[in-house]
Design a protein around this ligand. Structure first.
Ligand code: FES
Ligand SMILES: [Fe+2]
Length: 367
């Protein structure tokens, strides 16, 4: 039931967020010239742009003076000027350089900063390192501890594409949806097309990896799309899928020197909403110019099918129901929750993270 006195539609339950890591804030190709763009990331309003020297910046979109969004002001390619009283900030460090109202007799406040976040460009995304909420300035050393995520590439020559969709549920539901093996025949095939006979038993080996788990390298099933596509090369095909905290799914398909690689992330925009981003790179059929369009078409169709389903699911999740995760199909979801808890515990206690899996596990399900 809607909470009495609450304004507007009921929003779904919030998730605990994982800080001290990199998240994609937005596509970086739109950040050019003197343009500033805004993005919501982990509930923090951000203003992003690119300096003349091509360095990206991400600042909290609030002037430390009196709180107006910095994005209301001006950026000249070097510095950002607040619209209200003209304070000037260097946007990569966040340092305040100028306060126009000060007289010659005033002393300039020392160490005055807007909140600036480490921001790096990979695979056409502006990745932002988000420190623990309420912590002061981010130290570059902290950000350097975890590498900026990137889809693996196996050669210099490749094509790529990206897709995105907003999901009206919290990041936990977005992530377990991403790793859910049992929804395929229902969400990704029309009911009038699906043959019950196409559902069959599957068996996959999983093993622990740092901060996550891996579906061990295996040959894709003979009727899957990558198999059909790569089958033309006549070499053995292997697939590896990794999940890595806080939000990443890496998939690598290899066939001799041909490869397809993707990095999918589910990023909390706020504690109760998220966005899925898929980046793919490949050298398969490199010379067929329409491959990019075909992959984008099918990728879009899959992502939209998931998005529509999760918009519907969000209707039910508004009532914060208890969930019923079953073995073995929901085991990856259980591992995700256990990994997340282990990481939050490690951050709280300062102890090394205890991985919830103690060895390889074989899962069986029908899909
Ligand atoms: S609010 Fe930004 S300079 Fe005053
Ligand atoms: Fe899906």
């Amino acid at each position: 039931m809607p909470v009495s006195g609450s304004a507007g539609p009921l929003s779904g339950p919030a998730a605990t967020l994982i800080y001290n890591d990199w998240y994609p804030a937005m596509r970086s190709e739109t950040l050019e010239g003197k343009r500033m763009s805004t993005a919501m990331l982990m509930g923090i309003p951000m203003v992003l742009g690119r300096r003349e020297d091509r360095r990206l910046f991400a600042m909290r979109d609030l002037c430390p003076h009196r709180g107006i969004p910095l994005s209301c002001g001006w950026f000249d390619g070097k510095a950002l000027t607040c619209k209200y009283h003209g304070w000037v900030f260097e946007p990569v460090s966040g340092q305040c350089m100028e306060i126009p109202s000060l007289t010659r007799d005033d002393t300039f406040p020392r160490n005055l900063h807007g909140m600036a976040y480490p921001c790096e460009e990979r695979d056409g995304y502006a990745w932002v390192y988000v420190p623990e909420a309420g912590r002061g300035r981010v130290k570059a050393e902290d950000a350097a501890l975890s590498p900026v995520p990137e889809a693996p590439k196996f050669g210099a020559r490749y094509r790529n594409a990206h897709l995105t969709a907003d999901l009206p549920c919290n990041v936990d539901h977005g992530i377990i949806g991403l790793m859910d093996p049992a929804h395929g025949p229902f969400v990704h095939q029309a009911w009038w097309w699906r043959k019950q006979a196409s559902i069959h038993e599957k068996e996959k080996r999983f093993e622990p990896i740092p901060q996550g788990f891996r579906m061990a390298t295996h040959a894709p099933s003979a009727n899957s799309a990558p198999y059909k596509l790569l089958g033309v090369y006549g070499e053995p095909i292997t697939t590896t899928i990794d999940f890595v905290l806080p939000n990443r799914r890496y998939e690598t398909i290899r066939c001799g020197d041909k490869w397809f690689s993707s990095l999918t992330t589910v990023t909390p925009t706020t504690a109760s909403a998220c966005r899925i981003d898929v980046f793919g790179a490949w050298n398969v059929l490199y010379h067929l110019p329409f491959m990019t369009s075909i992959l984008r078409f099918f990728g879009n169709m899959f992502v939209r099918q998931d998005q529509v389903t999760m918009i519907q699911q969000a209707e039910g999740l508004k009532y914060d129901p208890a969930l019923m995760l079953i073995d073995d199909a929901d085991k990856p979801a259980k591992w995700y929750f256990a990994l997340k808890q282990a990481r939050l515990d490690a951050e709280r206690t300062g102890e090394p993270m205890k991985h919830p899996m103690d060895g390889p596990v074989t899962l069986r399900w029908r899909s």
